[in-house]
Design a protein around this ligand. Structure first.
Ligand code: TMP
Ligand code: ASP
Length: 334
């Protein structure tokens, strides 16, 4: 039996498909510099994670959560945890404000997504997606999906916490990869991994109570759990993932229409143009949250139906549109 012991949880590999995760009463902050045992912390975080993973599963996200074994133990899908974690911020606070010397408590016009390398020794440094991909920590596909999924999770969690009068300030997600290369939300989602403020008063309800010695940590953690358990009906949420597929003639294929356009532009005096290639574009909207399956489906549609693989190439521009805004644009070249 293989066991990995983290700062607050133990993972026991049961077989090729499943792991058991045991939540302990340990709490730590500042990369383990400050640590303590708090009674009922393991149970509270375990049950909060169960509730939130169940909700996310319900909305169609792929999460590693399979079932609850008991109040401190979960049965989860076995995945390889990616060494990059994703933080989503709705309001400025914490390391963001320290890093940029930015005022606290400012609501961002768009949620901010940041990637961090999981490495306590180096204090989980911020990393750009480009570097994370170059360093082969994650693939380009994973980077695109991790951001899109995180934005969609943010929309769902904002609605959930709004129902129970809490403001979702920010949160951190971890992802795992199956042997088939599919992405799953992993680790835990609890008051340890997010910031939640009482909507009316701004009172902190999350791990900042421990980080800042505010006291009553478990009282507030339990209150969050109780409020989550009081939700009788999940809010409506219509996910909308749109994809722009740009279909271009392969470089080796002649493009007479592009040639004509090029000559006409040159005649009109646009002397700096080197060449023109014409293509077509399709925009497809899916009523689905972003996932590995959706990405495969889009690729299949693009390859088999939208483009002619003998002469054409395609490029995908995947977006996750929130109900309020349109953001998360990433390019994928093929
Ligand atoms: P930060 O402002 O300290 O970077 O934290 C951003 C969010 O990520 C916040 O909700 C707390 C969460 N977080 C973790 O879950 N684990 C960590 O190790 C850190 C530093 C933050
Ligand atoms: N989770 C990290 C630790 O246990 C840091 C933090 O949450 O502040 O040290």
């Amino acid at each position: 039996m293989v066991t990995y012991s983290g700062k607050a949880k133990d993972v026991i590999v049961l077989n090729n498909e499943e792991v058991q995760i045991n939540f302990r009463d340990s709490i730590s902050a500042f990369d383990g510099d400050k640590k303590e045992e708090l009674a009922e912390k393991g149970m509270t975080n375990c049950l909060t994670s169960v509730k939130l993973f169940e909700i996310l599963n319900e909305y169609g996200f792929n999460t590693h959560f399979i079932s609850k074994i008991n109040d401190t133990q979960l049965l989860c899908k076995k995945v390889t945890i990616l060494p990059v974690e994703v933080v989503c911020r709705n309001i400025s606070v914490g390391s963001f404000c320290r890093r940029y010397s930015f005022e606290e408590g400012i609501k961002f016009e768009q949620p901010i997504i940041e990637f961090f390398v999981k490495d306590d020794e180096y204090h989980d440094p911020l990393i750009t997606e480009t570097v994370a991909v170059q360093m082969k920590l994650i693939t380009e596909n994973e980077a695109i999906l991790m951001e899109a999924i995180t934005r969609a999770v943010n929309e769902v969690l904002i609605k959930i916490f709004d129902l129970i009068s809490l403001q979702l300030v920010d949160f951190k997600l971890e992802f795992g990869r199956t042997t088939e290369g599919q992405l799953f939300l992993a680790d835990e989602i609890s008051a340890d991994t997010m910031r939640l403020w009482e909507r009316k008063t701004g009172e902190k309800k999350d791990k900042d109570r421990y980080r800042q010695n505010l006291g009553d940590v478990i009282v507030h953690y339990k209150d969050i759990l109780e409020r989550l358990n009081s939700i009788l009906k999940l809010p409506d949420y219509k996910p909308l993932s749109t994809v722009q597929v740009i279909i271009k003639l392969r470089k080796s294929v002649l493009d007479p229409a592009g040639e004509v356009t090029f000559r006409s532009l040159s005649r009109k005096g646009f002397k700096r143009i080197e060449s023109v290639r014409l293509g077509k574009s399709a925009e497809i909207a899916f009523n689905a949250v972003p996932s590995s399956e959706l990405q495969s489906e889009i690729e299949e549609i693009s390859e088999k139906i939208l483009s002619n693989p003998l002469i054409e190439d395609f490029e995908l521009k995947i977006q996750h549109h929130s109900e309020k805004s349109e953001k998360s644009t990433l390019m994928k070249n093929r």
